[in-house]
Design a protein around this ligand. Structure first.
Ligand code: FAD
Ligand code: NAP
Length: 582
């Protein structure tokens, strides 16, 4: 039985309603977009498949779910009052607290009245005569809007591998990305977890506390650094908030869109002894900033090997059984797949009731009535957790039939990989915008900052269109092609492009291998967006504008015009310097 987390409320379909904008999704992106649209006097309707706001944090309620960018930075920065009034309880807040934060945003900015919940957008068609989008939902709504804004999320379409015999299994099968709202009690059960990515490494230690037996099916061993999560004291919060605007500004200058100490020295120029000290310090600090131990870790394989060797020694020191420890030691590039951040993950394998099953050479054969079979051995299970990730970046787009000019659908256009100018818009789909779309820093930055930057840029863009009377905006093909090529070129400079991961789409069989997010770094990308705007939307065609030379008014994008912290920009600058930004 596959367990689905959705419930539905009554809904009166809206037919023939007209808005300035339809926004799809009410995660952080959809909520902030709505707030900005309202501020500019645009009318908007937001459709959300879930029955609440929060997106990722609404759906991913699995045990142990929390952010891995520090909460003081993994939060909106557009309102200083909001920054001052909200108190995070931990360095990395747990999912319920982030969901409360999302709900607080919805209440504080009175967003709910324009959001329709429990409603999935199924199709959107561009009407070439009326120059507007007709959006349809699974509840019968048919709504027209000049602008269609996709805030559908980069990690919102769960990947449920189609294992043989799924229907035979007698117990429940959960997916971490669609967790039941009422929670799951694993007490006394034999539980199987498939996957060892971020969702798995967060949930495994907690599930192990409840389950009578836990079997983890691992296809690829994961690199993980300890979180060293902790409570934030009132004194700490007071001090951080006293300097909050400075922290936010520093974060905007960094390639990741969040601030942490970064050592630009190359690992290979340090002595073995110094490297060891540096890695120990980085390990003691914990989390994603471990990658800032040296400037070349994601660029030079030999440098990366030194970090990998250090991390493998850590794993061997944490896991008592040498065979299990060996299996848990990854042999791919350190940080190539997204680095995981854990609390007690490796130590969990020291518990006598926790077993690791290698499915790298012999994959999961089938589900049986009573468990999972691998290489002729049946592992008896009462419940299974698929921590198998997402059809990242484009998965939620693929589920909507989006038809642009001349009947072209977005899925057809993107069959060989997504193509979008700046990751914001795509030729053939006028007035359709993507928030953190493929080709933008998105998942390689702290996502809330990436979202805010896109929304602010879009808000200024839409206001400009209204100011000059433009009916449509659409990228120019040659500029889109050049950007897609640039995104691709820059990615090849980084070791991250070398392995199989959801960044390149290969976690799902049959998807084309394309490095989807922009790895050139957040500030370099922001600079490009700012230049495009200052140049009167370079690389875009605005139809119907009465004054095509009018300079756009910079309202919301102003705060993103910060100096690039070039000296510490690390991977981004290296990549962008070697492969100049188009
Ligand atoms: P989402 O939060 O994914 O929201 C998209 C919304 O669109 C969803 O609610 C979905 O239901 C809705 N939707 C999609 N399709 C349709 C449709 N057809 N019709 C109607 N509604 C639709 N990022 C970080 O930077 N730091 C972190 O620490 C971090 N931790 C994460 C932890 C987990 C478990 C996961 C899965 C992701 C994490 N991320 C993190 C990435 C996270 O997705 C983003 O930070 C952010 O929450 C994305 O917000 P969003 O609004 O763009 O998308
Ligand atoms: P993921 O990183 O894609 O991990 C999925 C896991 O499932 C991988 O170990 C994968 O193995 C395995 N898998 C998939 N299909 C399989 C199959 N058929 N058989 C066996 N194993 C299979 O997904 P995720 O853990 O949900 O994380 C996705 C992203 O969400 C993260 O990278 C991160 O950006 C975000 N996230 C963040 C946090 C956080 O700490 N804040 C927590 C959760 C998620 P392979 O590696 O071999 O493909």
């Amino acid at each position: 039985m596959i367990v689905d987390a959705t419930t539905r409320r009554a809904h009166a379909a809206e037919v023939r309603a007209v808005f300035d904008a339809v926004v799809v999704g009410a995660g952080f992106a959809g909520m902030y977009m709505l707030h900005r649209l309202r501020g500019l006097g645009f009318s908007a309707r937001v459709f959300e498949a879930g029955n609440g706001v929060g997106g990722t944090w609404y759906w991913n309620r699995y045990p142990g779910a929390r952010c891995d960018v520090e909460s003081l930075q993994y939060s909106f920065s557009f309102s200083e009052e909001l920054d001052q009034e909200w108190n995070w309880s931990e360095k990395y807040a747990p999912q319920p607290e982030i969901l409360s934060y999302a709900n607080h945003i919805a209440d504080r900015f009175d967003l709910r009245r324009d959001i329709v919940f429990d409603t999935r957008v199924t199709s959107a068609t561009f009407d070439e005569e009326a120059k507007c989008w007709l959006t349809e939902t699974d509840r019968g709504d048919r709504v027209a809007a000049k602008f269609l804004i996709m805030a559908v999320g980069c990690l919102s379409a769960p990947n449920r591998p189609n294992f043989a015999g799924l229907e035979d299994f007698r117990g429940p099968i959960y997916h971490t990305g669609q967790w039941p709202h009422e929670g799951v009690d694993f007490t006394g059960l034999r539980v199987g977890v498939i996957g060892t990515g971020s969702s798995a490494i967060q949930s495994i230690p907690i599930i192990a506390r409840e389950a009578a037996a836990l079997t983890v099916f691992q296809r690829t061993a994961t690199w993980s650094v300890p979180a060293w999560n902790e409570k934030l004291t009132p004194e700490y919060l007071r001090a951080a908030k006293a300097d909050y605007p400075a922290l936010r500004a520093k974060a905007r200058g960094r390639p990741t869109g969040f601030y942490f100490p970064f050592n630009t020295e190359p690992a290979l120029e340090a002595s073995q002894e110094d490297r060891e000290k540096q890695y120990e310090q980085a390990w003691a600090r914990g989390g994603l900033p471990f990658l800032g131990a040296y400037g070349d870790l994601l660029f030079e394989k030999a440098a990366n090997d030194t970090a990998a060797e250090f991390a493998r020694r850590k794993i061997r020191s944490l896991v008592k059984d040498p065979v299990t420890a060996d299996l848990l030691c990854p042999d791919n590039v350190f940080g190539c797949k997204r680095l995981c951040v854990d609390t007690g993950y490796f130590e969990t394998y020291n518990l006598p009731h926790v077993k690791l099953v290698d499915v790298s050479r012999t994959p999961i054969e089938r589900f049986t009535a009573d468990g999972i079979e691998v290489d002729g051995v049946e592992y008896p299970l009462d419940a299974v957790v698929c921590a198998t990730g997402f059809a990242a970046m484009t998965g939620s787009f693929d589920k909507i039939r989006i038809t642009g000019r001349n009947g072209l659908t977005l899925s057809e256009k993107w069959r060989a990989g997504p193509r979008a100018y700046l990751g914001i818009a795509s030729v053939g789909f006028p007035n359709l915008f993507m928030i953190t779309g493929p080709g933008s820093p998105s998942v390689l930055a702290s996502m809330i900052q990436a979202i805010e930057q896109h929304v602010d840029w879009l808000a200024d863009c839409l206001a400009h269109m209204r100011d000059v009377g433009a009916t449509t905006i659409e990228p120019v093909l040659k500029d889109e092609d050049a950007w897609v090529e640039h995104v691709n070129d820059v990615s090849t400079v980084s070791l991250r492009s070398t392995c199989s991961s959801w960044y390149v789409g290969t976690n799902i069989p049959g998807r084309p291998r394309v490095f989807m997010p922009y790895i050139g770094g957040f500030p370099i990308y922001v600079q490009k967006c700012n230049e495009v705007m200052s140049g009167g939307f370079d690389g875009f065609v605005l139809e119907g504008a009465q004054d095509s030379n009018a300079a756009p008014q910079v309202r919301y994008t102003e705060r993103w015009r910060v100096p690039i912290d070039i000296e510490v920009i690390s991977p981004a600058a290296v990549a962008a310097r070697r492969v100049p930004v188009v």
